[in-house]
Design a protein around this ligand. Structure first.
Ligand code: SF4
Length: 171
């Protein structure tokens, strides 16, 4: 007796359904991830005062799910580089970034982290994008808390619109 034939849907229908599921999956994971950011503050200089202001009650970064800084890179997904980075600190910054799990994002907080600012000299790194990939640049010296919040919202937008692979080519 021959085995029963299992009906197979046309290839086009299978592909359409798969794409639909993937799109919905990206939307769902993007929505969840954009409201569960765990920042690692890499704080080196005077922008730290502004970081404290952003983290204080009136600005309420909990609205964006980004209120709980983690002081270990292994539990963080948002590296906030706050202040001037010198060439001596560059390997440390790179190590912190490497220790963060995927997916991860980087925010350059202030003009020094963004471009070296007015420290155009042999000691300061002229922008942290020479060391780690940056997702959002927040200008200002120091940036106002509203600008930082705007940067976080821009990052949320980016996260919501990106593809969220559950398994990537490294695993
Ligand atoms: S951007 Fe201005 S406030 Fe921030 S670390 Fe540089 S000099 Fe200090």
């Amino acid at each position: 007796m021959s085995a029963p034939t299992i009906p197979i849907r046309p290839e086009s229908q299978k592909t359409g359904a798969f794409e639909y599921i993937c799109t919905r999956k990206d939307e769902l994971i993007g929505w969840a991830r954009k409201f569960s950011l765990f920042p690692y503050p890499f704080v080196t200089a005077c922008c730290a005062m502004e970081f404290m202001a952003v983290s204080s009650t009136p600005y309420d970064t909990d609205r964006f799910g980004a209120a709980l800084p983690r002081f270990t890179p292994r539990q963080s997904d948002l590296l906030m580089v706050v202040g001037t980075v010198t060439h001596k600190q560059a390997p440390i910054l790179l190590k912190v970034w490497e220790q963060m799990c995927e997916p991860k994002w980087v925010l350059a907080f202030g003009v020094c982290a963004t471009s070296g600012g007015f420290y155009n000299n042999y000691a300061a790194v002229q922008g942290i994008d020479r060391i780690v990939p940056v997702d959002v640049y927040v200008p200002g010296c120091p940036p106002r808390p509203e600008m930082v919040i705007d940067g976080i919202m821009k990052l949320q937008e980016k996260i919501a619109n990106q593809q969220h692979l559950i398994v990537n080519d490294r695993f």
